[in-house]
Design a binder for this molecule. Structure first.
Ligand code: SF4
Ligand code: SF4
Length: 413
């Protein structure tokens, strides 16, 4: 894809959260394409300002659906990130965090650190450390769930079950922080009649690495996940995090066209389904209406997968009535670790998102761990303390459990 294909029509401008927040052309998709062109053509153009404007891109992909030339601006910025030296535009931090989530051992260490941050002294220490490193650790800690079970979800879920029809992809932050949501996902898949296996050799999808400009590690992780899936013999790979789902579905783009790994990645990506998609194919029972007022934040990567209506359908079957949030598809500013590396823009977008939550809302449903964390922290910072942010799967699980369809997490095994 050549950035010259931009016809400068400007249809992408209003879709772009960073343009909306700043009003600056260089913070828009169209402006970033000009920057990318000039960056490649002229070394004198490679300034700190240009790097900052490019690195401010959230990779939310909202511009792509608005663009008549189908220009993948998010991917083009990812490619640019892979060419800038370490230390530029927060890349060093991003790569450090990417290493932490790249293996189960690293994830367990990260989980221990996060759980320390849940007590007041630990929170103070981690916030101070974050300040020294110029990362907004405190913002993220404020969004954590009240309790995180020790251990990764892959340790409590059934692993390596033979002849299962579904491989469940457990992710990294979902595995370590929202481990209960993974257990709920497995329980609902079983309620829908699927047999579920959770291979222990699966790894992080590589989204953070890809967004941070580290294609080599992304490819290594992709190969590990493809091999783990092939060994299961399952018909589908089910994932509950919108960002992971998009990355898994795009694995073929990581490999040279026509190569063995390209073909294997195509077969894998065709098997990947978001859990919302899977549950839409075998709908659960319709439950009676509940009184709780909920609204939905559409994660950017759920929108990219065209899953927003299916999310509402699942919640309505579980008995919820939905009060629509204005600008529900606008990025909340989480974007992987963007809220850590770009605290100012991250806070602006979080504040906008919180101001869009309709009055009297008790719960915001969001199908991506980063969004849950970011919006929950935002509710605490911007005066909506009574609002809880939860994964739609958790809401559905609680509803079906209360209605007697599920006996508890133990039933998930
Ligand atoms: S990916 Fe998102 S932040 Fe980046 S240019 Fe496109 S709309 Fe703007
Ligand atoms: S919508 Fe596409 S073609 Fe039009 S200005 Fe934006 S990037 Fe260029």
């Amino acid at each position: 894809m050549n950035v010259d294909q931009c016809v400068h029509c400007g249809l992408c401008l209003t879709a772009c959260p960073t343009y909306e927040a700043t009003g600056l052309e260089m913070e828009s998709p169209r402006g970033r394409l000009v920057l990318l062109n000039n960056w490649a053509a002229n070394a004198n153009f490679q300034s700190r300002d240009a790097a900052q404007w490019l690195d401010d891109c959230l990779d939310c992909r909202a511009c792509e659906s608005a663009c008549p030339s189908n220009i993948p601006t998010g991917h083009l910025v990812e490619e640019w990130r892979s060419t800038v030296p370490l230390g530029t535009a927060n890349r060093r931090l991003l790569l450090g965090l990417s290493q932490a989530v790249g293996s189960p051992r690293g994830l367990k260490r990260l989980q221990r650190l996060i759980r320390i941050g849940q007590n007041p002294l630990g929170r103070w220490a981690l916030s101070k450390l974050g300040s020294l490193l110029s990362i907004a650790t405190g913002d993220v800690l404020d969004g954590l769930p009240p309790s995180i079970l020790p251990g990764l979800s892959r340790e409590s879920l059934t692993t390596n079950m033979p002849n299962a029809d579904t491989m469940m992809f457990v992710g990294c932050i979902m595995d370590a922080v929202y481990n209960q949501s993974n257990e709920h996902t497995a329980a609902l898949l079983r309620l829908a009649g699927h047999t579920v296996t959770v291979p222990s050799n699966q790894v992080c999808c590589g989204a953070l690495h890809r967004h941070g400009g580290d294609p080599a590690t992304t490819r290594r992780l992709a190969k590990a996940n493809i091999k783990a899936y092939e060994a299961t013999g399952a018909q589908q790979v089910v994932v509950n995090a919108a960002g992971c789902g998009t990355t898994l579905k795009e694995y073929p783009t990581l490999f040279e066209s026509g190569s063995e790994w390209h073909f294997r990645a195509i077969s894998f990506s065709r098997a990947v389904r978001d859990v919302i998609q899977t549950l839409a194919e075998r709908p659960l029972a319709q439950l009676t209406q509940q009184s709780t007022t909920i609204t939905v934040h559409d994660a950017c990567h759920h929108t990219a997968q065209n899953l927003n209506q299916s999310t509402r359908a699942l919640l309505e079957r579980a008995g919820f009535s939905i009060r629509e949030m204005p600008n529900s598809t606008r990025c909340c500013g989480s974007a992987g670790v963007y809220n850590l590396t770009h605290p100012s823009m991250g806070r602006t977008l979080a504040q906008q998102k919180v101001s869009d939550i309709p009055p009297e809302t008790q719960i915001v449903a969001a199908a991506n761990p980063g969004c849950i964390l970011q919006i929950q922290a935002g509710t605490r910072h911007y005066g909506r303390n009574t609002v809880t942010v939860r994964h739609p799967i958790d809401l559905a699980y609680d509803a079906y459990r209360a209605a007697g369809y599920l006996g508890g997490v133990a039933d998930a095994t």
